[in-house]
Design a protein. Sequence first.
Length: 427
Amino acid sequence: MNDISQFTEVEYFEKTVLAKALNFPDLRKQLRLQPEYFEDEKHGALASRLLSDLAFDKQQLISESVKSPDVYGSYEFVKQIAYMEVPTDKGFLFDQEQVLEHYKRRELNQAWQQYMEEQNLENRMEIRNRIDRLEKIDLVQSDKKLDTLATIFDSLYEENKTTILKTGLPSIDRLISGVSPKQLILVGARPSMGKTALALQMSQNMQNEENEIIFFSAETTEISVTQRILSSMTGVNLTKFKEPSKMMTNDEIDKVIDGITLYNESNIKIIDDSTVTPNKVRAAANNIPENKRGVIFIDYIQLMKSDTKHRDRRAELEEISRELKIIAKDMDVTIIALSQLSRANDARQDKRPVLSDLRETGQLEQDADMVLFCHREDYYIRDDGENFDATAGSQMEIIIAKNKDGPTGTALTTFFRHNQTFYGGAE
């Protein structure tokens, strides 16, 4: 007979799961618990062995306990499992679910204790992150093939239902179709090439009542970013925003006032923060209403800080890159992160950027679903003469250097620096 009273509840269910897997080898194919879900490390080690070795039996377990008691436990410990009375294989899933529930409680208690010791944003987000991760654990692991195929089949006849969001620049959309949820997209360029202007143009084009746009600015203030948006919306030269009362005409002031009204009604939220971290991005994503599509811009990724301390900047940026990819996937948002490029292309005859120009780490290229580069030839031509026209448009190449789900190539746009406006060709 089993003396249940000698075990705590979690010990009882952990031993019951392992005993059933030992007595009924066919159940091992239904063993869904990961080793780390067990409170007792020796239980976890035994679960790992049962998963990897279907021939492992009671006799081998007893033998292992004598030879290597530090792995699965002493003889006295393992015989509680090996000789535990489990007359039926019924309830195997229920037993596993009890072990999982105890694991979830331990994880949440640990996060809560950490928060109580130091109550800050990072620890508060750690609780939220653990809850999100634990909610995704599914022991049933049902076959979702039919559901997936049904979804794809239905989409063939639902013309208006799409998760793709257009950038609003036709020449780019013709190449990449648009952006999708769960994507991490990089927009790289040398300083002052126009990547921030491109991101702001895209944010204006994408925003509507169904979408929520969040723009993290680690480099400039919200006032500066808003002025650039208003310049683009109204066509008023950005330079005039420095001293509008002196430099703007009455007509231009009226345009800006109209632009302020329109911008106030838009679904664009600017967050200027010199210490943007993945947890802050995650918190912003978590606050996006469920009925809205979220697109998060970050200007720019090399200015971000990790939520954990790193001595090596390369390792820190690699962690940031991985975290952004996880946030995009888990929170079902699109993340468009701007990236500075190295000076390597300055030394080349053809100065068009390539993937190896991404600064500091190749992890950025690896994690990104899509990499876009901004390039314009007149960036490298310094014309300070009388013939220089600051209002003239520049041909900007948007080079799609990586695209996991579609073609690569170059989209041609026209960039007007004086009012930070892009035109991307006809529809």
